[in-house]
Design a protein around this ligand. Structure first.
Ligand code: SAH
Ligand code: SF4
Ligand code: F3S
Length: 482
């Protein structure tokens, strides 16, 4: 049993959606024990960092934040500082060496222990380390068991918006791309039972969630046998599709080789599925793909794209790219640009290669592309992608789109007048994941609205709400719906 608290909790989260979900769950558990969230680190008696190791920059950010807390316990001797998540699993004892004032280091597979470990740290003032086995430290079953799936309580306030929630369906990763730490920080690939997933979606729907995003590092590798029946991602989508109240289902991130026809057909046939697929290509050069050990060629990716276009002609596809990977020549880089032109991604997340100790690429290949060139390639790729995104967005001008309204836009939140009752700037997303900004009543959040698009930027569509006069079968434009 853990004690009851009325302490203040500060948490900073970096990294991917998996981490956002983990933070939601940790905060949910702590709030149940009486903790209150604060966004002022100075008044917090419990300070948690949920960390990411995918690039060096993400780690630096956390070590610098920890550095700033070096003397904070002088003012608050009762303070407990915890490092959670991927960097905790990867660096383990090293976190204590680099930041001796840290009390707990808790890996991705031990997050259920956090409340107990905080109490223990406060009582005994002793450090604790809770991490999973390294991937070479035991058999597959033992290592898998040490990475416990952690999906207990849901905490609506920690969600991006009250109507959107993540649900983990696959933990870990077995692809071992040579540049990537995730198979180490998240452990072996394990798919959760369809029964548990459906139950969780049901709980979320009862809490008012309208859009569920299923999460996995390779979400489309999902496979689970339940009561003698094999569920693939396509089967799982069908299994949860009829949960009342859910309007939209998404899933990220897809692995190109696992983008099978049954999945594309499920997205086509199940109306709640978003017409959006995030399927990272990483490079348009076969030598690079081979060195990355991605398990497909440019030709394979092209074949997959053509299957997607045939089955889902209106779907938007987005990608990730790494520029400046070991041995990447100007020619390889140009091939990546060619593929961006050919595939016309809705958007691409572009990263400069960051060598990660413990990975195959780090051990085997020199990080031989100078930083300046990485930067240049990054900018060049971004400019090309932006041009394509702007051209594609421009095609929506004059058209009506259906959006799921998320709530006040970032600008509106910055303006921050909570007493406003009139129309405000809202954002929503189309089924193909395009962001739409328009004016409307904040009460529209969580509902579907028709928007006529009249302008755009590379990242955003801008428009006005359309209301239909059903009797006359015509549309009229109303700037505000009240
Ligand atoms: N599981 C997902 C992505 C996980 S990490 C997938 O396979 O697509 C998110 C993105 O970070 C990756 O797609 C890759 O583009 C990038 N990334 C991963 N390791 C990196 C590294 N060492 N340096 C730079 N970018 C990296
Ligand atoms: Fe990393 Fe590759 Fe797994 Fe994605 S598929 S998490 S890039 S190892
Ligand atoms: Fe980072 Fe871990 Fe996600 S390394 S990208 S937080 S799985």
């Amino acid at each position: 049993m853990t004690a009851s608290h009325n302490g203040k909790l500060f948490i900073e989260t970096v990294g991917c959606q998996m981490n956002m979900l983990d933070s939601e769950l940790v905060v949910g558990a702590l709030r149940k024990q009486g903790y209150n969230l604060t966004d002022d680190i100075r008044e917090a008696d419990t300070v948690l960092f949920n960390t990411c190791s995918v690039r060096e920059h993400a780690e630096h950010k956390i070590y610098s934040a920890l550095g700033r807390l070096k003397f904070s316990k002088q003012a608050r001797p009762n303070q407990v500082i915890g490092v959670l998540g991927c960097m905790a699993q990867k660096d383990q004892e090293l976190v204590f060496q680099r930041a001796p004032h840290v009390d707990l280091v808790v890996g991705t597979g031990q997050l259920a222990e956090v409340p107990r470990l905080i109490d223990a740290a406060r009582e005994s003032r002793e450090r604790s380390l809770a991490v999973s086995l390294d991937r070479k430290e035991g058999g597959r079953a033992a290592v898998s068991d040490s990475f416990q799936s952690y999906d207990p309580l849901r905490e609506p306030e920690m969600r991006p918006t009250p109507h959107q929630a993540f649900v983990r369906i696959v933990i870990g990763c077995d692809k071992f791309c040579t540049y990537c730490v995730v198979p180490m920080t998240r452990g072996p690939e394990q798919s959760r039972p369809p029964r548990d997933i459906r139950h969780e979606v049901q709980v979320l729907a009862d809490q008012g969630v309208k859009e569920v995003t299923l999460l996995g590092q390779t979400v489309n590798s999902y496979k689970h046998t339940q009561d003698g029946r094999l569920f693939r991602l396509s089967d799982l989508l069908e299994h949860i599709h009829d949960v009342d109240g859910i309007l939209r289902l998404k899933f990220v991130t897809n692995f190109p080789k696992d983008m099978t026809d049954d999945l594309l057909q499920a997205v086509r046939d199940l109306p709640k599925c978003a017409q959006y697929l995030h399927v990272p290509l990483q490079s348009g050069c076969n030598e690079m793909l081979k060195r990355m050990k991605r398990g497909y060629t440019v030709e394979d990716y092209r074949e997959m794209m053509s299957r997607i276009r045939t089955t889902l002609p209106n779907a938007a596809i987005s990608s990730d790219f790494i520029v400046g990977f070991c041995g990447e020549t100007e020619e390889s880089h140009q091939k990546s640009l060619d593929l961006i032109r050919e595939c016309r991604f809705k958007n691409s997340f572009i990263f400069k290669y960051s060598p990660r100790p413990g990975t195959k690429a780090f051990e085997l290949h020199a990080d031989d592309v100078p930083e300046e060139i990485k930067k240049h390639r990054n900018n060049e790729m971004l400019a090309l992608q932006n041009q394509i995104s702007a051209e594609d967005n421009a095609q929506f001008i004059g058209r009506d789109v259906e959006v799921l309204v998320e709530g006040p836009s970032r600008n509106e939140l910055k303006r921050g007048d909570p007493t406003t009752t009139g129309p405000v700037q809202l954002t929503g997303r189309t089924t193909c994941d395009r962001i739409v900004v328009f004016d409307g009543n904040p009460r529209l959040a969580g509902s579907l609205a028709q928007i006529q698009i009249d302008d755009c930027t590379p990242t955003t569509l801008l428009g006005q709400i359309v209301t239909r006069e059903v009797q006359h079968g015509s549309s009229s434009l109303l700037p505000i719906l009240v």
